[in-house]
Design a protein around this ligand. Sequence first.
Ligand code: DOR
Ligand code: ZN
Length: 382
Amino acid sequence: MAIGAIASMVSVALAEIFGPDLGAPAGTLGHVTSVEIVIPRPDDWHVHLRDDEMLDAVVDHTARWFRHALVMPNLTPPVTSTAEAQAYRVRILDAASVGADTFVPQMTLYLTPTIDVDDLVAGWKDGVIGGVKFYPAGATTNSDAGGTNLLDFEATLATMVEFGIPLLVHAESTDPTLDIFDREAAFLEQQVGPLLAYMPELSVTVEHISTAAGIDLVNEFDQAYGSITPHHLSCDRSDILANGLRPELYCKPVINSAKNRRALVAAATSGNPKFFLGTDSAPHPLSQKEARVAKAGIFNAPYGLQVTAEVFYDCDALDQLAAFVSLNGAVRYGHEPSDDELRLVRNQSPVDDVVELITTAAGDQVRLFGVAEAGRWSVTAV
Ligand code: DOR
Ligand code: ZN
């Protein structure tokens, strides 16, 4: 379906439910009495599905609503070959209750010195590999196998340019002398900007952008794109710290200031095709998340769509939701938008019996992010 047709379908769906207020004079628009929006099935362009019992427990939360899932390779050990990625893809599909016709795991390789470029190209040509992920070593969960300098991987990056393979970047400096809230901007300035200038044909996604600096950099370079998470759109750092410490909001890159959040929301709701949803859903057992040293990662696959819808609703920008969650990322990664549709309805009265924790077969509990928004929005397949 053409993107223009989808966009107009979305606005028609909105127009139909913005009815006249019963108390208003005929012909004038009054208050919104209910809100309903129909969007093409969205994609999640950044997700951690883990493995074993955790994979079993979480995968359907992604597969239920999302078509493509760009699956992160930071397992232990990391996914560094097409054979490993293919085997992981099979485990994911075996664990999911929907088939590959509805749910399409798109695999990634972890950028390490051991990557064999012929193997990478073969995996890319076969459609198994959707991108290569760079982690700065030590920046986040299972990033020990990552690198220090992007340009240390110049030979692999040159092959990626040749075949149009996207580079996915976790942009965060690990310099311990830098304030944690300045580390994304520092990494962008020191490494990503220079790389983009040096290799103008390299296609790069700056993942989980958390600052205005990330938005600006993506806008500056034609070859750059940016994914944004539901939690960076809906929260700022005061939410983590102001009313008791909330470890469930701890992630990398850390949720930043209100000013930075506003820049993310402006970009996401603008319709700019460079920006799209990547939930960065990253489940951790509660015992490791609400611990003395808490793991970074937010499990938002179940309710990330509802959280995102609420952000767009708050900005009066629901007409741009489909672009952000269903269209822009698909175009960036070379896919047609889905022909399937979801209906999102904002309930007048929030529902309060929303699931807050799930338990894996190994007995680990995982806390779900976005419970309040999940009570606000009902999602159904059309
Ligand atoms: O918060 C995060 N958690 N950020 C990442 O980059 C990795 C992720 C994880 O795997 O837990
Ligand atoms: Zn991630």
